[in-house]
Design a protein around this ligand. Sequence first.
Ligand code: B12
Ligand code: SF4
Length: 649
Amino acid sequence: MRKTIHLYLIKPSQYDDDGYVVRHWRGVLPSNTLACLAGLTEDAVQQDNLSQLYNVKVHLLDETVDKIPVKKICRSQRWGLAKTIVCLAGVQTNQFPRACDLAHEFRKAGITVLIGGFHVSGYLALLPDVPADIQALLDAGVTVVKGEVEESWPQLLRDAIEGKLQPMYDYLNAKPDLYTKPIPAIRKKYLRKFVASNFGTLDCGRGCPFECTFCTIINVQGRKMRFRSAEHIADAIRRNYEQNGITFYFFTDDNFARNKNWETIFDALIALRTKENIPVEFMMQVDVLSWKIKNFVSKARQAGCINVFIGMESVDPGNLAAAGKKQNQVNEYRYLIQAYRDSDITSHVGYILGFPFDTVDSIRRDLKFLMEEVRPDHASFFILMPLPGSMDHIHMVKRGEWMHPDFNLYDSQHEVTKHPYLKDGSWRATYLEAWKTFYSLGNMKEILRRGSRVNYWNNFLRFLWYKNSIQTEERHPMMCGYFRLKGRKARRPGLAIVPRWEYYTTRAKEMYAYGRSLWRVMAEMEELWLQTRYPSAAEQRVVEELNKLRVKYDQLKIADLQAAYQRAKEHFPTLRVPSKVHLFWAKYSPLLVQNKVYTRADLHAFWSSVREKWDDQRWFRIPVHKVPLNLLRDVQLSLLFLFHMAREL
Ligand code: B12
Ligand code: SF4
């Protein structure tokens, strides 16, 4: 009988500021590292004939959306009937403390544990000495893997199964050629934990030729570009479409524009779209010079690109020079954004706060410049942090400068170093202000109005994700999902497990605050939709017919409305003329209020005044008779809004 091997590929999460493990009901971005290791494992099991000797069961767990069944895993190799191997995968610096806690717990139960990813790879790439926390892992019998494992995974897996693992493997200098290596495997079951189950990840290449000092990629994956074969990529996309219905990809390459195979990959995607009718679309990461590469932008659009993430980082040339970001020319930013906009590709810029010349005032000034002159469609803000594996980290170590000892905070939303001008919490305060300013109703409105109609919902849904993350979940959108879950006992070691009563009371309060905040976000998004949505041609025609009547809206009779619909129907035969009851409500719906701008401002004003009177205990001044009608209008409007949004998901 073949021995069962339980291979757990676990992507650890992070602790929140109260020490609870961060987990969400639904995630937004699936982990590419898990997909990569799953693909490599499937291949290794087949290629290495492991399947003839062992029954390898692969379990994919992403702690940002899955509860890790620690006890079950610890019990899984009791009685010697099975062997369990835990791989802590893609561990970034902010996930390292959580990964260590999990590793020690598994090791106590005698489980084989390996750890890899950017934290250990980056740390050990630039610093010769093994730091205490990594040494503690080694002492506990955890195997530490530095670098990429595309070449070595079959051997590593065999070593793990046969109990021959070495304490440390170093593949940093043996960077794999990716050309025909197994492609990340997408698992439908895993994707069910995410908002969009048609969403896959794939790295078409690795490496970046530039030299930014805050970046770890160049010291781990190198500056020499490596890439996958376009044919392999196209095969995987075809297979994922047929088997799992995947139509949207995040190409996680750090810089797709420097992938030497970009044109062949785009051609393969264009062929999939045009010859095989596979409606694939994708987003990718590029540098600020990408728009100058001949045909790059136009071909990207033809290949299905709808969004680019651009490492803009700052609009201050002094800051860019200090960060070694020589390629970024501020005076060309607006042309870059426009080039993508002209091809109907939305732009998303990464923007770092806390460079040497940043002050509260300069950040505000730069943000204004970014919003008014550069005019990207989206921006993500990050607090500068010295990640192990970056030149910034090495320089600070050498200079003996203070860095926060808790790696859990190295998530670009906490201050982990001291800044000469951003003191006493003003760094984080300015960071939060930047999010609020960029995603204000006014700026979102501008973006939707200047963007093309085809990208309307693409932009809108991203706004919703970002607003919800920042305002309701209070987390960086790239580290956030929908609806935070908290395990009472999933708390950082050293912190007390609070009694049930206290825990549930606090959770109830948190839920209430969450509900209120979500309500505010949804109301703002509804208003945004009302003010910017594209009415259908038939609807516009009805409004035109109404305008011809030259009667003030509130003087319109139901019969007038019905007649307007009848006349519009002559041009749009499929238009349904609503019943009188329906029109009675429609008359009060803000959707029909004016030709130009739709709004729920009157409803907002009504509820605010009710609230004010309630708070001042002037109950008798509340116009009770208007409450049911306005409530119905609000519900009707919300349903309409949710219906339109759901259609686009
Ligand atoms: C795509 C991406 C994202 C995406 C999606 C990430 C994902 N879930 O897949 C999003 C946008 C969500 C994201 C967010 C963040 N990211 Co990011 N992201 C990347 C990026 C560009 C690609 C990741 C990837 O797929 N790589 C390919 C995989 C296969 O590489 P890998 O993880 O290193 O795995 C290989 C090896 O390390 C090894 N390996 C890994 N684990 C294990 C385990 C075992 C046991 C073994 C044997 C081998 C092994 O095998 C793999 C195959 O060779 C990387 C840069 C990069 N080039 O990797 C940054 C990067 C990983 N991100 C980074 C950061 C900082 C973040 C954020 C904190 C930023 C922020 N505030 O938003 C968040 C954290 C989010 C989170 N909770 O994970 C840093 C991490 C550096 C660090 N030391 O922590 C990186 C390196 C970029 C950088 N600027 O330096 N990110
Ligand atoms: S351009 Fe991006 S990926 Fe390349 S070195 Fe700079 S930060 Fe890193």
